[in-house]
Design a protein around this ligand. Sequence first.
Ligand code: 0PR
Length: 389
Amino acid sequence: MAGESMIPNKGISEEELFTELEKRLKIDLTFDSGKILGSMCTYPHPLAQKIIQKYIDRNLGDPGLHRGSKEIEEEAVQMLGELLHLKRAYGNIVSGGTEANVLAVRAFRNVSNVEKPELILPESAHFSFLKASDLLKVKLVWADLNRDYSVNVKDVESKITDNTIGIVGIAGTTGLGVVDDIPALSDIAVDYGIPLHIDAAFGGFVIPFAKALGYELPDFDFKLKGVQSITIDPHKMGMAPIPAGGIVFRKKKYMDAINVLAPYLAGGKIFQATITGTRLGANAIAVWALFKHLGFEGYKNVVKEAMENALWFAEQIKRLDRVYLIREPMLNIVSFGSKRLKKIEAELKARGWGISAHRGYIRIVMMPHVKREHLMNFLKDLREILRRV
Ligand code: 0PR
């Protein structure tokens, strides 16, 4: 009501509160509804939920107070490194892929001695690099894509100048799940002495397991000499609760280049490389716990189902008229287009489907909560809609 204060003078009971919240939040789509097909998030693993509840007070912004949590974060980063073929990893569990990408660009800029820094990145790069560019005053130089939507490596090479502070390759593009030819990008990076950053925010928790399952995918990680940093997000296919991103550097010098001295904290003097100061320790603990609990095999099984769903769904799309596959899936993302995309999208949304449509296609992400039956329900609706558009 107009004029009425939103903050009650006398607080309401928990019961009343939850009644109201349940009512208000009914309009949210939930992962267990089977309707969210366009998100890169998922319902966090039950173990992670327990961890969050138990260790919700831990703050990695003041690690002197929470030394155990800091050790666990460091081990979580080591495990990310191990997954990415790096023996000694430097980095942090951060707030997501955006912060991880910003930190990588910041590190590359700070280690360079360039006055007008430029970053070369694929046209398919995530919009987080726009934020990095704006914050850090680094000019983005966009590289063309090939017909298969991977970055054109020749075009990348042709755009290198004395101002280039780094190159970005993507292992699992946001729209199509494409893995760039990272071995070729790495060769260029080594030849020109320019650091290569890999945005594996999505693919980092997919590719190592998909490779172990026998899927043929290019190398994308620290096995390749030119790769100096990798974004890999536990809160996407790692099933950790949001916010949990990962940034991993090959060398200490990159961390040194972004560390800021925090001299007065309750737990003592430390360096912080992250953008956030106060930050959730529980999420880093959850990342650690999930690695230990699920093991390589556990994650492999999750990826197995996701990849099988992707290949199956792509075949179903190919059988339909009026829609077409944008490209064969490389990872567990399938995108399809249509001349009548706007109408199809509106009709799907009206039927409650949580899908994402951009750049002329609808993207379906086979996250762990996406089951075959949900896809079948979706296809049933899609077929009906296609008959009418
Ligand atoms: N890099 C890549 C390749 C990404 O796909 C994303 C996010 C990021 C970086 C940034 O990560 P954060 O969002 O963690 O900062 N990709 C998803 C997207 O834009 C994010 C997302 C997640 C979107 C859940 C919708 C959603 O429901 O599609």
